[in-house]
Every structure is written in C-alpha cells, then in structure tokens.
Design a protein. Structure first.
Lengths: 151, 151
DNA sequence: ACAAATCCCGAGTGTTTTTATAAGATATAA
DNA sequence: TTATATCTTATAAAAACACTCGGGATTTGT
C-alpha cells in the first residue's frame, strides 16, 4: 500500500528527538518514548538497528542513554528509513539493494514506472536531514510566537 | 515498507494488457491471466473493483471479456493504484482521503516529510497513462528490432 | 433447448508482517 | 551496592496479504 510502517515513523521521531536534545548529554529511551508517545520496549528494538548502523551512539549505565552518531546535517531521513525498513523498493524487482532479477526486465514497461516511483521517494527522503528538520521546527516556532504577539 | 502489493502491480499489468489488445473485441480474464502469469481467480477480484470504478467495461457470456472503460490517454496509473490500493498515504495522517487528524498536525515536522513523499509518489503515478506505456513499449520494441538487424 | 464460455460474488484459509510485550543479562554512576 | 540504563532473545496477538474455492448469472453458438 506504499505505506510506511511504525518502524520508520517512530525511528524518525526518535532521531529528531535526539537532535532536539543535543548538547544535553545522553538522552534515555524512556524520556524519548514518553515525549513521542511510543512504547519504550518497542523503541528499544528499533534503536538497536540504528546503533549498529552508526546513526546513534549509546552510553550504558545509570544516567546513560543515546546520542546522535553524526552531526544532524550528516543524517538523512533516507538513512534512517533504510536502516529500519530496508532498501527502498516499491517492488522487489526495483529494490535499491540486489533487485530480484526478472527475465523480462529489459522489456518490462511496468518496471520503469516502479523505478521512477522508487527514485522520487529516495530523492525526497535523501534531500531532508535532521538539520533541515531542526530548522523547520525553529521556523514554525518563531511564526507561532509572532502570531501570538499580534493577537 | 513503502511497498506496492500484488493488487496494484497485477492491476497495472492487466490494464496494460487490455490496452495492448484494444480493437480486438473483449479480452477474457483467462487470457490476461495466462499472458501475465497471474492467478485468474485472484485477478477476478481485482478487476471487479476496476469495473466499479469505470476503468474497465465488462461483456458477459461466451466470447465476453473486458474492455478499457476510457481511452488509454485518459487512464492514469495513479487511478488504477488508488482503486486497488486505496488513497496514496505513506502515513494515515497525510492520506489523500480524509487524513487522520492529529492535534499536533500544525506543528509536526515529520508530517511535512510524509506529505512530500506522498506528493512525489502521486506526481509520478499521475504523470503516466496507459497511452504513455503503449508508446514506451513500441519504442522498446523498435529499438530491439533495430539491434537485431545489426547483428 | 442445451452446452460451453465467461463474468460475478462472497466466504474461507494458510502465510507473513507488524507491533508489540516480557524476562533477564550486562554495564555504569553515585 | 543499589538504582538506572542499555542490550538480547523469546513469545505472541492482530492485521494484512495472496490467494483458493464454490456456486450463480449471462450470453453465444449448435
């Protein structure tokens, strides 16, 4: 159905939350889960993949938690999605990673459609970084207070 | 996983098959299913939806079958996908049809990402019609015979 | 009139994916 | 040493997916 699963959505929310709390030391899963309204145990599984991919770093023990693995302008939304949902692939025959080879691939007209869909999704997701999101959030916030001012 | 289900893929294949056999009278499900390698009974379910949406017309009885409901340049791939897979909606909060209203929608930064994804998918799918596919197929075929000629 | 071809409709079914939940092991700060 | 966290693995309910099946309705050709 061309739908994102909760993995991707929760993952992006969690990463954005981490970005918003940069410079405050490690952020615990518990606090992320509470702020974002996500099951802590479930988030645990998701962040495990993000850690293995180097998108976050973990600090164990009391007062521990997670930190971004890179600068926010180096983390694309596409990176997060690919870790949590696998390669972008509206169909198996046009997967970003080892596409299922089909004998008719060369002459297949439908295949070219799915390629275009894949590329347009990838282009959007790779054009947005956590930094972009932080800037967007700041902009929305300032517009919001401007509006409040004039009431 | 941002994946298309077989419904959408089979549906587009079947519609393209119908387009390729225009002017030859009604095309039976059986022949479409055979050519495209799809279960006939399953395809029956899918085409039922396409008929109700007016994308195909049916002719009952012996020698019956299906015909395109409109000219091929009037049938967008997006139309077919929406009938078979529902509105384009990478997440429920940005569905093309009655999006799930969320209290934070106005300030939600992730939401704007999913909107962009939705729009880019819709743009691709609505820019391609069955006519486009017929032209692409003809082009590929002529390139293929040209290549054969030079061997 | 009858048989064959074909569309039409709804119910049932096995598999996979999704979305968690739970329990316990490991590590560290205070 | 205790409380706070991360880490790992197992279990499982629910939903979606991809068919499968059976029978009914309609039309054509003999």
């Amino acid at each position: 159905m061309l739908k994102l699963s909760t993995k991707g959505r929760y993952g992006v929310k969690a990463m954005f939350d981490l970005a918003q709390h940069m410079g405050e030391g490690p952020t615990s899963l518990k606090s992320i889960a509470e702020r974002q309204g996500i099951s802590e145990h479930y988030l645990e599984q998701l962040i495990s993949g993000l850690r293995k991919a180097g998108l976050v770093k973990s600090v164990r023990g009391a007062q521990g938690g997670y930190l971004l693995g890179k600068e926010p302008d180096k983390i694309k939304i596409g990176d997060i999605i690919r870790v949590l949902e696998g390669p972008i692939a509206p169909t198996d025959c046009v997967s970003e990673e080892d596409p299922e080879t089909c004998a008719k691939a060369q002459y297949c007209v439908t295949r070219t459609i799915w390629e275009k869909v894949r590329d347009s999704i990838a282009e959007v997701l790779d054009s947005i970084t956590l930094q972009t999101m932080l800037e967007d959030a700041k902009k929305i916030e300032s517009e919001r207070s401007l509006y409040m001012y004039y009431i």
